[in-house]
Design a protein. Structure first.
Length: 497
């Protein structure tokens, strides 16, 4: 009898007693679902056990109801991540346990108390027992010691130990009963070339050459400083203490006090009208710092005048710039550039430009500027801001601009020639969508007779066939956005109008 499985009703609740047709050595038979299950389990259990497991070995897991193989490494990593993912124990107790593996292959647990005891014993054996340590070389104040402070192990530097010893010694000495008299047998602490030693008062007197019973002079002159006599080995009257300083060149026969020194440095008053002959004290850096005198006139002529002159000269070297946009320029009557509007499509930004063409002749624009009254009337320089026409440039293409100018003042005829044009060369970038800024032009001489308040007429042109050094001339228009003019300023005062 044929069985058409596709037309049979699906069994949604399998209990294990259901029958499944099978062929047993060619004989038709049936087997229960439970029998198949038992057979599969028996076959799995009969598989030989693994003897050396590696991370590449796999086990089967049930994932979302589906039996899948997985590397043992992944299972181990999952177990590790699960352990480390547990919340941290903020206050561990001595009875808490952690897992360890002994020197063999046995996994055990150990309490924190036992582990702490083991670590403390090891530290004592390796550090606290000095017989196991290597000898220290030269010590420094930053070297560390271990101390027990209120039952807690802490570190302390050699400097802190020294400070504590000296502080204790100072407190001890301060607390001693004061001696009312001294004798030759009294002893002092001394640091000698041979190390720490004791020395008696008699030894100190012998070393200093003091004879027995050496004392201060029987009578002393008031306000005199005692001096040691190398001949008699006693004290004698020395130099007097005075409150005034002797004149320059006088022989010194006294010692000046603090009042005299203060008066010499700060003076006795303020002079409101100094004159050239007044004297100041200076330290001569060219003579090993020797203190010398100098008049105000010498200081002015030798130092301040030179500094002031240099400062004025430096200020005269200041420069300023002015921006001339394309919209402020006009095309020349003959060969004029073409005014246009450049739009940056993505951000809808529009710019005035002047298109200098690549036709068979040069292209020109002109503009007038009234130079600032701070202009020094000298040469000027310029940088041209431009952009190649879309799709027309490559890195081996060149463009040459030229700039010339002439000044005009009240009463001068406008029909006059500009000065010599100076070249401003620039190499195109590979991407023509970027703004180009030329290097500064050579100095442009403004023709005519420039004067304060002059109007300067400037002419900018493009040399259509300039190809640079081994390159080619720019194909397409050079679109000028504007020109930046730099001029030198003067310190001449500007008169109010």
């Amino acid at each position: 009898m044929a069985i058409k499985i596709s037309e049979m009703t699906p069994d949604s609740s399998i209990g294990g007693g259901e029958l499944i047709p099978v062929s047993d050595a060619g004989s038709p038979k049936s087997v229960t679902v439970t029998g198949i299950k038992a057979f599969v389990v028996d076959q799995i259990e009969a598989i030989a056990a693994g003897t050396a497991v590696t991370g590449a070995d796999s086990v089967y897991i049930l994932q979302g109801g589906v039996l899948k193989p997985v590397d043992i490494d992944l299972v181990a990593q999952h177990a590790i991540d699960t352990v480390w993912g547990k919340a941290a124990d903020a206050s561990p107790a001595g009875t808490d346990k952690i897992a360890i593996k002994d020197t063999g292959t046995t996994e055990n647990t150990v309490t924190l108390a036992v582990l702490a005891t083991y670590i403390q014993t090891a530290i004592r054996a390796a550090v606290i027992d000095p017989t196991t340590l290597s000898a220290a070389g030269a010590t420094s104040t930053a070297d560390l010691f271990i101390i027990g402070q209120s039952g807690v192990a802490k570190k302390i530097t050699l400097q802190a130990v020294n400070d504590a010893i000296y502080a204790g010694l100072a407190a001890h000495v301060t607390g001693l009963t004061a001696a009312t008299s001294a004798n030759d047998a009294d002893e002092f602490y001394a640091v000698t070339s041979a190390g720490a030693r004791k020395v008696t008062l008699a030894q100190m007197k012998t070393t200093l050459g003091v004879s027995a019973g050496a004392i201060a002079p029987a009578s002393m002159t008031e306000n005199y400083v005692p001096q040691w006599s190398a001949t008699s080995k006693t004290l004698k009257d020395g130099k007097a203490i005075v409150s005034t300083i002797a004149a320059v060149g006088a022989t010194g026969t006294s010692l000046v006090d603090e009042t005299a020194v203060r008066t010499a440095i700060y003076g006795t008053g303020t002079k409101t009208t100094p004159v050239a002959a007044d004297i100041m004290t200076v330290q001569d850096s060219a003579d090993s710092g020797a203190v010398k005198r100098s008049t105000l006139l010498q200081l002015w002529d030798g130092y301040f005048l030179a500094k002031a002159t240099a400062a004025i000269a430096g200020a005269n070297a200041l420069y300023d710039v002015m921006w001339i946009p394309a919209g402020a320029m006009i095309p020349s009557f003959i060969g004029g550039a073409i005014p246009a509007i450049l739009e940056a499509d993505t951000n809808d930004a529009s710019h005035d430009v002047l298109d200098f063409t690549d036709e068979l002749s040069d292209t020109f624009v002109e503009f007038n500027i009234a130079m600032p009254e701070a202009w020094d009337l000298g040469t000027i320089k310029a940088k041209v801001y431009w952009i190649p026409e879309d799709g027309e440039s490559s890195a081996d293409q060149w463009v040459r601009f030229t700039l010339s100018g002439r000044s005009f003042k009240d009463g001068e005829a406008l029909d006059a020639a500009n000065g010599t044009a100076r070249n401003i060369d620039d190499q195109a970038l590979a991407d023509d969508g970027y703004i180009h800024v030329t290097a500064a032009s050579p100095a442009v001489t403004v023709a005519g007779t420039p004067a304060i308040g002059s109007m300067v007429h400037l002419k900018l042109s493009r040399v259509f066939d300039f190809a640079g050094s081994g390159g080619t001339a720019l194909a397409g228009n050079a679109r000028v956005l504007g020109v930046l003019i730099q001029y030198k300023k003067t310190l001449t005062a500007i008169t109010e109008w």
